[in-house]
Design a protein around this ligand. Sequence first.
Ligand code: SF4
Length: 536
Amino acid sequence: MLNEHTKTDGLPDTMPDMPRALDRAPPRNERMASDKVECNACPVLCQIGRGRTGACDRYANADGVLIRVDPVIVLQKTLVTAPDQVVPFVARAADEESSDGTGSALVPSGAKQDEYFITGVGASTTYPDYKPAPFIVASKADGVDMVTVVTEGIFSYCSFKVKIDTDRWLGPEQANVRCKGEVVGHVSTAEYGSQMLSLGGVHHLTGGSKKEGRVTVEMMRALGNKEAVEVTIDGGAQLTIQAGKPPIVNGVEEQRMRVGCGSATIGIFARQFFGCADEVIVVDDHITGVLTEHQAGRCLDMPAAGIKIRGRKSTPGRYFQVANPGTGWGGTDIADPLSIIEACEAGVAWPGLKLLMVSTTGEHSGWYVLDDQLVPQPQPMPEEVKHVVARIGENCEPSLTTVLFLGGAGGSLRAGVTDNPVLLTRAIKQSVVNVTCGGAPAYVWPGGGITVMVDVSRMPDKSFGTVPTPAIVAPIEFSLPLADYERLGGHMGHVRTISDTLAHGAWHNDGAPQARIDVQPMPANVWPLGQAPLLG
Ligand code: SF4
């Protein structure tokens, strides 16, 4: 029955029949009502009444048959404008579904089947994992017979690394991050121009209270699905974060990522400041720069201006800790820039000295001239100085929130790929296997296990789900040459062509209504079978 669908050039002529009955039929709970079906896609083992969904809303009882309710997402290759990429997402109207209900009519007749890639989004799971993955799909890439093993992984060990482009202080490193009052992560090490959060993770999912686990998994699902999430940082800011959108800090949408630290800003714009101002102080929570003391001012032969600022001097013209961190000028807590000036040195500074004070984004700036008592007095900013301040702003990139999913795939889901899982791990490390998540390129961390990291913005919408254990459900695909798949002990009896897969759904789907298959091309990702593995 199976084999007439599965023949393809690179597959063996004789493939063993799949052990369908054994693999599909879990031991039935004898006390379960006759109109219920038991879902065995995760350890919760929901008993689902007719017309109802299970606890995760991903499976349902359709007339006594267990179905996966979301469509499988299939990527389509671009053919004309960018041959090696996948084309942008398009909205698919419901009435485009095929008349026979299989959904496979969404794939145009006559289209080459190697133009399609089945992702793990909506693919379902074959728990427990000793059963082969739901889709093991044969295809060709550059004339080579390939296989892609596709599943929805259930991840207990997983988290989201969130990069927030802002110089505003969000909270102390290691501070708890809360969602709906529950601790769901912490502030991590700040990076250049960005604050970092580590959210989710096994300790919050399963190591705390039930409520902490529930809130954490829901927060993670929303973040992975590019939805807005509100969090607060203990002793810090209140944030709204959403992948690909500007962060909102204490109710204010962030606009600009700083051009660099205060010292870098001095270095970049020193020649443009030269001739306009006698002194420039770039206020920054990290390094505040003072032009005439800085090496850049010295190289331009600028005379010392004698303006002493607070803070701890690092090297000439570079000062740490001029103020406390905050959401004011340059990520400090100051509203009045003159508050960081300790003194204007008599005999060095002079009446009429022109002073520019500016933040690292150019959002804050002030122009001052020293009076006869060497006190800075605010004055209207000359046009040429405004131009340089505007240039600082122009060089700032838009402030964004970037969300990376980090998941451990080195556990039992490997058994859905091969009988000997360590061979899969080794093959990934040897770049024989390319790992993708929803077709998006996944970076594989060095060292042991299969720890993958992927930018959720590159993944199809609604790629993430949850199960109440609690854990995150995320798509994962392993692509490799067919010959290597056989060599590493792959489930060769379950390899099927893409046309058979599109026509019949997952191998364990016998008897179920055909799942709808949506063809949803993706933006700006290299075709998954043409990607070089992103190995650490
Ligand atoms: S939680 Fe979802 S996947 Fe798990 S048994 Fe219930 S319906 Fe199935």
